[in-house]
Design a protein around this ligand. Sequence first.
Ligand code: HSE
Length: 328
Amino acid sequence: MNKPIRVLIVGFGVVGQGFFELFHRVKDELGLSNVSISEIVDLKYGHIKDPRPNIIEDIRAGKAIGEKIMSDDIPRIIEESNADIMGEFTWVSVKTRGEPAFTYLSTAIRSGKHVITTNKGPIAFHYDELMELSRRYNRLVRFKGTVMAGTPSFNILKLLPGAHVEYFMGILNGTTNFILSKMYEEGLSFNEALKLAQQLGYAEADPSLDIDGIDAALKVVILSRVIGWRHAFENVEVEGIRDIDIRKYGDKVVKLIAYADRDKAYVKPTPLDKSDVLAHVSRNLNALRLKLDTLGELLIIGPGAGRFETAQAVLTDLVDIINSARSG
Ligand code: HSE
């Protein structure tokens, strides 16, 4: 019999709820009957202990409200929690350089918890500190959901021992790709297409993060750091699509391309030949082309945002942590 593993969720919005639902749907199939979500902390829903599997129905019906909390209470709740793993799914903040999420993650690691996050801020701005805490406290830090949701991205490198990335380029922001596709394919205006992307839930709470290229730049930093390059957010050259005029590109197809190699990193609207597969990656899909010394070019295309799409990333990280902890 495997020993019980408890999971604390911090942030119960789209991603937290999506993970909660997916986890309960597949836990038996994955042999995770010893794993439970033991606590949820959320500013709107409060502090919920031992949530029942049908709590989302209760929340939708306005029923299940936990003990009321203030944001200042969250680090203490994390510290006092007896959970083994914390999932952190709060909003990204660039202005505060990934706070308060970084405080939540560091508090969890210091109090003996492995952590999973889908929040780009703390990983892009505090990568070195988190890796150092991970080593010092012998706890794992996983963040697959920060780049391309559950679609394999940097985690694919684990399957390719000895391969070195020479450069990567791709479409890492679903909202801007959706906007550009709608402008090309249906002749929508920029604002009409943005409104639709917001309605479909692809855009960030503050959509300027998407349209000004900041979300993609955070993802460039995260990918670079995993690969072993030292690009910082401040050094990524960033240009978004706010004022784009697609007619200017003639026969070519303009995409918001994210690129990095060891020496440089940028996000900018880039005209692509129609013969390039990336030119045909449409709607809210993401794509990542990795140039490897062993395999040459590898191209991954898949969803990069959404409720269950991101929940898949969290589940991937959870299973990875449980397997690593078992074998370690
Ligand atoms: N707003 C982001 C996007 C969500 O459109 O790609 C996923 O990081």
